[in-house]
Design a protein around this ligand. Structure first.
Ligand SMILES: [Zn+2]
Length: 100
């Protein structure tokens, strides 16, 4: 008997159980991305990232929902956030894979 073989086979099904029985808790790590959506400005207002960026009715906007608040960003700011997040995710992925 190899003890490490047992621990490997036990860790996989445990993950599956957590995913199906506690949906809300299991999905919590993905909540950050779920709070980001693409939207359309319903009226003229200002970008949350820069008050000089004007969002006109019908403009594509990035909507970030944090608890009960929602923040609107112009396309330029939204795309900048996505580019930054993509780099952060790549760095996170590298860190995670490097840590043993
Ligand atoms: Zn902006």
């Amino acid at each position: 008997m190899r003890p490490w073989a047992i621990s490997t086979s036990q860790s996989l099904p445990r993950c599956e159980v957590a995913r199906s029985s506690h949906d809300i808790r299991a999905h919590r790590p993905a909540a950050l991305l779920k709070s980001l959506t693409a939207g359309v400005a319903g009226r003229k207002h200002y970008c949350k990232g820069n008050k000089r960026h004007i969002l006109l009715k019908g403009d594509r906007i990035l909507v970030i929902k944090i608890e009960r608040d929602s923040f609107h960003y112009c396309l330029a700011c939204g795309l900048k956030f996505i580019a930054t997040a993509r780099k952060d995710l790549t760095a996170l992925e590298t860190d995670l894979q490097a840590t043993q």
